[in-house]
Design a binder for this molecule. Structure first.
Ligand SMILES: *Cc1c(COP(=O)(O)O)cnc(C)c1O
Length: 474
């Protein structure tokens, strides 16, 4: 099994990035609960034939959809020993928890947080954003809110994030009982960063209307275009207005590891809470999200509870309190810290930072190739590793179709689907200022300029053939 996975990673370029699942294989996964045992080799064979070839393909260097990490062989081996150890990191006095503390310490130092800050692994940034929102809620309402719940009639709490903020933020407000209506989406400037004049105006208007601003959520690396909000300026506003400052740095925060990128994250060290993922730019296998909270005592008071079966003591296995289960909603927790620890120990943070910087250089290369090609159009500035562009269709061709301007959107959506189906590359799409964009997020450390070339060539090829088809039929 191990050899097969080494071969998979080593020869990944020989495979399509993604391929459709044949009906027979999909239906084969709809069988009944097996009552009888089978031998491991035959089940492994089923895995090799029916599962491995049909995953989304984010290990592949041509995978540039959404924002997904590529993993490493070191991370894979760490997952193996971690599963063998089968540690449960909810609590108790054990070295695996010390390793989680070690990673938290590294992150405190990297992001300039004080020693009193706490950090824990969670599934991903979606969960880390929720933890940040919940601690901010405790800061605003006191810990009594855990018993009483939020009384929305008395407290009209509102928060602010950029219009480019990730959807997990409004979802976090829904889950926290504050409601997504309480989130003000602040328009962005021409670099797709939160517009700070509007932010200040909205805060003032809300206060005058009787609302209670309590939280600003900055974004370090927006999911659509990779924009970094002006974190230092947001920190100033938050300090002046006495608001909690949370940063969603899902992929962007680890840009701190690259000397070329780190200065652009200035202000992140002033966040009250910071959410990010090791499984994106950090290349740790899924899943490995993390949240850092400046006020560790408040973090603990937001989640800790006492139960007889989780008694703490100064000796034996009940020592080592507080435990990770005191800092988040999970009790049983996997050893996510181990694959992260192995990744940093084996590769070193400089090398991970260099891989991050390289994805940004590749994005700049891609931007230049797009700007030099009259058949392609860049749709957003390239701040980090994300490029939004499309196949350009001239007005006369659009007029030939019955759809007018939306013809370009339809063709570009189809180009993206055709490329995914071809297995050449895996871009995704988004909407930029009302127009559909093909979006390439270069996150995988394996991606090289040849993969960028292959994607652009495929866009031009499929774009031309769609337009030729239109000309023939009209
Ligand atoms: C990926 C991403 C998230 C969500 O993180 P998950 O790890 O997928 O839960 C949140 N915010 C941004 C900016 C992201 O890129």
């Amino acid at each position: 099994m191990l050899d097969d996975m080494f071969d998979y990673v080593e020869n990944i370029r020989e495979r399509p990035v993604w391929q459709p699942i044949p009906d027979a294989i999909r239906n084969g996964a709809h069988g009944r609960l097996p009552h009888e045992s089978s031998d491991l080799a035959s089940v492994h064979d089923a895995f090799m034939q029916t599962i491995l070839p049909y995953s989304a393909g984010n290990v592949h260097p041509g995978f540039m959809g959404w924002v997904q990490g590529g993993g490493t062989p070191v991370g894979m081996l760490a997952e193996m020993v971690s599963a063998g150890l089968n540690a449960n990191l909810g609590g108790r006095d054990q070295m695996p928890i010390e390793i989680e503390h070690q990673v938290a310490g590294w992150m405190r130092d990297l992001f300039g947080f004080p020693k009193s800050a706490t950090g824990i692994f969670v599934t991903g940034t979606s969960m880390a954003n929720l933890v940040g929102v919940l601690v901010a809620r405790t800061a605003a309402c006191g810990i009594a809110v855990r018993r009483t719940g939020v009384n929305l009639q008395e407290r009209r709490l509102v928060s602010y994030a950029s219009a480019g903020a990730h959807s997990s933020i409004s979802q976090a407000l829904e889950i926290a009982g504050l409601g997504s209506d309480s989130l003000r989406l602040v328009p962005t400037n021409d670099r797709f960063e939160m517009d700070l004049c509007t932010l200040e105006r909205l805060i003032e208007e809300d206060r005058r209307a009787g609302f209670e601003p309590f939280l600003i959520l900055g974004t370090a690396g927006s999911v659509d275009v990779g924009a970094i909000d002006d974190l230092a300026a947001i920190a100033d506003v938050a300090a002046r207005e006495h608001l909690w400052f949370h940063v969603d740095g899902a992929f962007g925060a680890l840009g701190m590891l690259a000397p070329e990128i780190a200065p652009r994250l200035t202000g992140i060290e002033r966040a009250d809470s910071l959410a990010f993922d090791f499984h994106k730019w950090g290349q740790v296998p899924y899943d490995a999200g993390f949240v850092l909270v400046r006020d560790g005592a408040l973090h603990r008071r937001t989640f800790a509870s006492s139960s007889a079966y989780l008694t703490r003591a100064n000796r034996a296995m009940n020592a080592g309190s507080p435990w990770p289960c005191d800092f988040g909603p999970d009790l049983s927790r996997s050893f996510r810290a181990l694959k992260t620890w192995f990744t940093f120990m084996v590769y070193g943070s400089d090398r991970i930072g260099a891989a991050i910087a390289r994805t940004c250089s590749l994005a700049q290369y891609m931007k230049q190739e797009i700007e030099a090609n009259s058949e392609l159009e860049l749709l957003a500035p390239v701040a980090l590793n994300i490029v939004c562009f499309r196949f350009q269709i001239d007005d006369r061709v659009e007029a030939m179709s019955s759809q007018g301007a939306s013809y370009s959107d339809a063709v570009n959506a189809e180009i993206c689907a055709l490329i995914q189906e071809s297995g050449i590359a895996a871009p995704s799409t988004t909407i930029i200022r009302g127009r559909l964009a093909i979006r390439a997020a270069i996150v995988n450390h394996r991606t090289a300029s040849e993969d960028v070339d292959a994607l652009l060539a495929a866009v031009v090829q499929f774009g031309r053939s769609r337009v030729a088809l239109l000309r023939k039929t009209s």
